[in-house]
Ligand binder design. Structure first.
Ligand code: NCD
Length: 316
């Protein structure tokens, strides 16, 4: 049984197959409409979410399965002091697969060690967010046609932004990738990524503070929100929250085929006037998140879509 904790849990070949499957799902949704009949997905969210939880639920419903779960720690037995290990043992009796988000780094990993069903890390603290990375890879590959030979600007909260940490880990495995890390001093990328991931793998990167200066060289601009919930004091957050605001006039500095991605939610870091720019891809990105999560559910449940329905999903 496989879990998904980090994008590195899949080899590049496995990722290619997963993204190919997501492509096929996008083009032929009807083919997949009953591939998970009788299966259940549990969404265990101890932290707020809109896109990740609802796109997981939409994904399972699109596959013909059903969903159950909770959307805050307060409405689960965590409020009574239950551990994630106990919770997952119980959920294993109710569902076939579980997506878990938790404010503590490593909590989904702990759960996976006790689980009888595949566990998907749907975001653990400031650490990793592998399914957002799958979404980002599918978006880039679909809209750019490649995952190699790209200069990628990552802008905003690079310290606490888990989507950025996972995306860097995943992208360094493709050829000729360069990063421009754009952040204020206080929100620079953690040293375990700078040293152990980028420098250790000889990946070219620069760290800069000015977005306008970085703009002309970028193929992808990945904007992020300042992660309010991970700050230790409100004063620092208030000082840094509007550090970057991508505007229409700043977009004039960008290449004609640059893409703007954002995992969302956006607060102020992209002005709404940018939404109409054909290079703004963040809402399309949210749609790709459904296809890739459908592909992930099928992959982790080891459902062979080439087999006729009667030979799949036999009652246990
Ligand atoms: C991201 C997250 O939860 O880390 N959102 C998401 O899942 N799409 C980004 C964020 O909250 O800023």
């Amino acid at each position: 049984m496989r879990h998904l904790m980090s994008p590195l849990d899949f080899s590049v070949d496995e990722l290619d197959r997963l993204l190919d499957l997501a492509d096929d799902i996008e083009k032929n949704p009807a083919r997949y409409a009953h591939t998970c009949d009788g299966k259940k997905l549990a969404t265990c969210f101890y932290e707020p979410s809109t896109r990740t939880r609802l796109s997981f639920e939409a994904a399972m419903l699109n596959l013909g399965g059903s969903v159950l779960g909770f959307s805050s720690a307060d409405s689960s037995s965590a409020a009574k002091g239950e551990s994630v290990s106990d919770t997952i043992r119980v959920i294993s009796c109710y569902a076939d697969i579980c997506a878990m988000r938790h404010p503590k780094e490593g909590a989904p990993l702990v759960a996976s060690q006790k689980s009888l069903i595949p566990v998907i890390n749907a975001g653990d603290g400031g650490h990793q967010h592998p399914t957002q990375t799958l979404t980002d890879l599918l978006t880039i590959r679909s809209l750019k046609g490649t995952l190699g030979s790209l200069t990628i600007g990552l802008c905003g909260d690079l310290k606490f932004g888990r989507t950025v940490h996972s995306l860097i880990n995943a992208l360094i495995r493709y050829p000729d990738i360069r990063f421009v890390l754009i952040s204020p001093e206080e929100l620079r990328i953690p040293s375990y990524i700078r040293e152990d991931v980028l420098a250790a793998n000889n990946v070219p990167f620069t760290e800069v503070e000015r977005l306008d200066e970085a703009m002309p060289q970028l193929d992808i601009l990945y904007m992020t929100r300042v992660q309010k919930e991970r700050f230790f004091n409100e004063e620092d957050y208030v000082r840094l929250k509007n550090y970057y605001i991508l505007t229409k006039s700043m977009m004039e500095l960008a290449k004609e085929d640059m893409l703007v991605l954002h995992p969302l939610p956006r607060v102020n870091e992209i002005s709404v006037e940018v939404d109409d720019d054909p290079r703004a891809a963040y809402f399309r990105q949210a749609q790709y998140g459904v296809y890739v999560r459908m592909a992930l559910i099928l992959t982790l449940l080891e459902i062979d879509v080439s087999k006729p329905q009667t030979e799949r999903n036999l009652p246990c």
